[in-house]
Design a protein around this ligand. Structure first.
Ligand code: SF4
Length: 81
């Protein structure tokens, strides 16, 4: 499952783009979307989901099965699936 942002709910708070500007970017309306899911880690996707004030970020499933501490991040991603 690919990560995604419910872009129309985004309040432009910068939390996700501050974590990784290659992973998250703003569209023409200054609302965030996943620009390149491979430009960041699953950990960054989960941390962004946790910080998003409107819970608009959905980390999906990990792209790199060898990422460090993956079991921990998968568990933390559960509320955002
Ligand atoms: S953290 Fe959420 S509200 Fe803030 S910019 Fe990202 S998607 Fe938008």
């Amino acid at each position: 499952m690919d990560p995604y942002v419910e872009t129309t709910r985004c309040t432009s708070c910068n939390e996700c783009t501050n974590i990784n500007k290659k992973l998250f970017a703003y569209d023409a309306n200054k609302q965030a979307y996943v620009k390149d899911a491979r430009a960041g880690t699953y950990a960054q996707l989960v941390q962004a989901a946790e910080k998003c004030p409107v819970a608009a970020i959905h980390p999906g499933t990990p792209l790199n099965p060898k990422e460090k501490d993956l079991a921990k991040w998968i568990a933390r991603a559960k509320p955002f699936t």
